[in-house]
Design a protein around this ligand. Sequence first.
Ligand code: DGL
Length: 255
Amino acid sequence: MDKQDYIAVFDSGVGGVSVLRELRRLMPRENYYYFGDSANAPYGLKTTQQVRDLTQAAAKKLFSKGAKCLVVACNTATAAAIESLRSTYPDRIIVGIEPALKLAADRHPHGTIGIMATDVTLREKKLSQLLERYSQDCTVIRLPSPGIVELVESGKADSGEAMELIQKELGPYAPILDALVLGCTHYPFMKNAIRSVVGDQVELLDGGEGTAKETQRRLKEANLLNDQQLGTLVVENSSGAQQKIDLTYNLLNQE
Ligand code: DGL
């Protein structure tokens, strides 16, 4: 393995760009290979086994392209498949994003924390483990958020339709929340709509920055950080549609 090999970043679609953004901000010299599996999105409504199989297939493909490390930029894939990936590739660096519950609990002890995530993430044992470990003193409200991934995938994150959906799903909880964990990598792209519904007093948290820092830590430890030149980016999407590639770059360049 070489310092100049890719950091592979994988998501069920374009959502993982919210993590890629943080990775590139922190490690601009790295070469990235972003793979979005939009042909199979949303993962959040599939069975755990289906998500595991799709994630294994993506990992196999990305490691065969010579990736030095894999970032699973999908909370759903992490919840369903990270253990199985680690046992298939025990010698590889694999980092998986998780909902930022620890951060939320640290910042809001005894607070009321909402967690928005896909059905798979909300039902998998990884989430119960996180809750048990970090959020015992908090009140945690699980907020399944149907339809959001589809809106982001179709480039409608800032539409009136998005506003209406967020109002319907989050409006009733806004007055009681101290923090809201965006537990799916597609959701940071809905931040404008979310912020306008929950107001300024609710802190919005996601795991993108923490995942980027953890990736940097692991690469440094393995002496695999690229110190050569300005990094490159390759984008691939399983849908084969140019519209998804364009959307990936649009989201990446958004602030
Ligand atoms: N972006 C994925 C996540 O972080 C889920 C999207 C999907 O349901 O495909 O959970």
